[in-house]
Design a protein around this ligand. Sequence first.
Ligand SMILES: O=C(O)CCC(=O)C(=O)O
Ligand SMILES: [Fe+2]
Length: 250
Amino acid sequence: MDRILRDHFVENFSGDDLVAVRKQFADEHVVPLRGFCPPGLLRALQDEASGIMDAHGVDRKFTFEITDNTPRQMTTVGQPVIKEHGPLIDALYFSPAVKDLLSAAVAEEVHTCPYAGEHYVLSRLGKTGDTHGWHWDDYTYGFILILETPPYQEGGFVQAVPHTAWDKENPDVHGALLKSKVHSYAFEPGDAYLVKTDTTMHRVYPIRGDSRRTIVNMTWANDRDLDRLITHETNDLLFGGTGESSAAAL
Ligand SMILES: O=C(O)CCC(=O)C(=O)O
Ligand SMILES: [Fe+2]
């Protein structure tokens, strides 16, 4: 897989293209990587993910106080199940070509997440009103690969507000919306995006109709994250964490 990806990235994300990606990320703290996934690999990943989702997906419906009571209405699969049943997703995460591309895009070296529960998670929006509401994440970077998505007319696009901080004691989503400008990004299957998740409040706009949106989210850390004590409350609740200490973390 690494070879296929590396060749694909040389074609699509090098030279001026890569410079443009790096600039957009520096400006907006979100950058679309359009056509990230080669079509053959995308089909294989879609098949793998939908098999895992159908067999192991858990319907969630919460509001999270720690993100100012924003909603999560979605079906999820956590890292331990994917580790067991998703060799392609695992290989994608541990592909050196991906690590190199993401490091180049954010202009610093990224590291796989020290907490295994956030290596990769699957989430699906599949019924009217499903949404991944406004939130921040625990580590510095998120990389999201869009496996399926409806056209934007049905919702399911991404919105982000850069340069906003998550105070877990006193989260202020409305304050963040008022402080800054919301950027919206629509995607197609096979696209990916990178987001500076710790200081960019983001959400997925609610879907409507019979549309379906499935993504795999992969967490990446920077040097600073490796030296910080980081807790994972929302990951543990939404995705089950590593499946061992999740209950204890609450
Ligand atoms: O579904 C998406 O595009 C974003 C997912 C996300 O923000 C998360 O899992 O933390
Ligand atoms: Fe997120």
